[in-house]
Ligand binder design. Structure first.
Ligand SMILES: Cc1cc2nc3c(=O)[nH]c(=O)nc-3n(C[C@H](O)[C@H](O)[C@H](O)COP(=O)(O)O)c2cc1C
Length: 345
């Protein structure tokens, strides 16, 4: 990895002090932006008021091919909201989250009477989507208990699949999803547009999928596009996904009772909470969302899981592995739409 990229990573992921939130409200936005987002699009903007933060969808960052109904876009807002809640609580503030119908975003009311800290604050700097092979170990009973006992948002549930038979079934859905997606030129073009083949481009944009984060070398963009043209195939991706799922200790499925932005945001919050708890346990997570992105597979997955009309929102593999290369973020000032308040007491 280039030295400059390593410096940008260190800056993006620097561990701040929760106390800084009282003197610099932009820190709250920075922590929120460390959350996961689909293709690292960071499809959000923030409006900061004294006691209220509004996280709005940024539709200029939509991914209509992979995410035609904006499910992932709203789930990403939920991820950012959850990080913001954790950061606020770490600084002793309460954070009341609600859906804002006017903006179809998230409203977070901050109060002075919060808990005295948050056990997941540290995990915000450790969480990442780790797309490497894991070590094949099952999750221990205490790890499973810690994940299963996480509180879920209203209407949202978490299923943890652990048997070899369940892993094989999910693998089959993922492989079929790859076949469908790789056959769609619009899907491939959209993915290519969010790939950052070299560190210079990744640093300049502060978003997207940097090659080494995805397990590929840093190469000049022209060369990356050429290699992609020649070697991009469902078969190659299937071999990778097969091996990766096989090496994971468990698969989480987040599903919800409703199929609307409010529930998608809640599902995103539950994912981020799960990923933070996993990171706190030194567990790695990575999405394998193909079965929920291809609509006919989503229906088949719901049937396989026996969850009736509920929507399977997100599929995540979990296991043990070293941390991988980190992704970057845009600077907080770039995602702030309203004026920066002088001071949040
Ligand atoms: C709703 C949602 C869907 C995602 N889907 C996928 C996916 O299908 N495959 C994948 O590898 N990563 C997926 N991601 C992970 C993002 O690419 C990742 O969060 C982003 O690149 C930032 O990296 P980080 O989470 O490691 O900081 C998804 C993230 C979100 C929030």
């Amino acid at each position: 990895m280039r030295a400059r990229y390593a410096k940008a990573v260190a800056h993006t992921w620097r561990r701040g002090d929760a106390a800084d939130l009282t003197s610099d409200p932009l820190e709250l936005v920075r922590y929120a932006c460390l959350a996961a987002s689909s293709h690292n699009t960071q499809p959000w903007s923030f409006e900061l008021d004294r006691d209220v933060v509004l996280i709005r969808p940024d539709f200029s960052r939509r991914c209509p091919a992979v995410d035609p109904d904006d499910h992932h876009l709203y789930a990403s807002l939920g991820c950012a909201a959850e990080n913001l809640v954790v950061a606020a609580q770490a600084s002793g503030r309460s954070a009341e989250v609600s859906y804002d119908p006017a903006s179809t975003g998230v409203r977070i009311a901050l109060g002075e009477d919060g808990p005295s800290g948050s056990p997941l604050f540290e995990a915000m700097f450790a969480r990442q989507c780790t797309r490497t092979v894991y070590d094949g170990r099952a999750l221990s009973p205490s790890e499973l208990r810690a994940l299963e006992s996480l509180p879920q948002e209203e209407g949202v549930s978490l299923l943890l699949l652990r048997s070899e038979q369940q892993k094989r079934a999910v693998t089959d859905f993922v492989l079929e999803g790859n076949r469908v997606q790789f056959a769609d030129p619009a899907w491939a073009a959209e993915l290519r547009a969010w790939i950052r083949f070299d560190a210079r481009t990744a640093e300049r944009t502060g978003d997207g999928l940097y090659g080494p984060v995805m397990g590929n070398p840093d190469v000049p963009p022209w060369f990356g596009r050429l290699v992609m043209k020649m070697s991009f195939s469902a078969d190659a991706q299937n071999r990778t996904d097969h091996r990766n799922i096989d090496s994971s200790g468990a698969i989480a499925v987040i599903h919800s009772a409703g199929n609307d932005p409010q529930h998608w945001i809640s599902a995103g919050r539950c994912y981020e909470r799960l990923a933070l708890q996993a990171a706190a346990l030194d567990l790695r997570t990575a999405f394998i969302n193909q079965p929920v992105e291809v609509s006919h597979l989503r229906a088949q997955l719901a049937q396989y899981l026996g969850i009736g009309n509920r929507r399977p929102d997100l599929v995540i593999r979990i296991g043990h592995a070293p941390l991988g290369v980190r992704s970057l973020r845009r600077p907080p000032a770039e995602v702030l739409v309203a004026g920066r308040p002088e001071h949040v007491p």
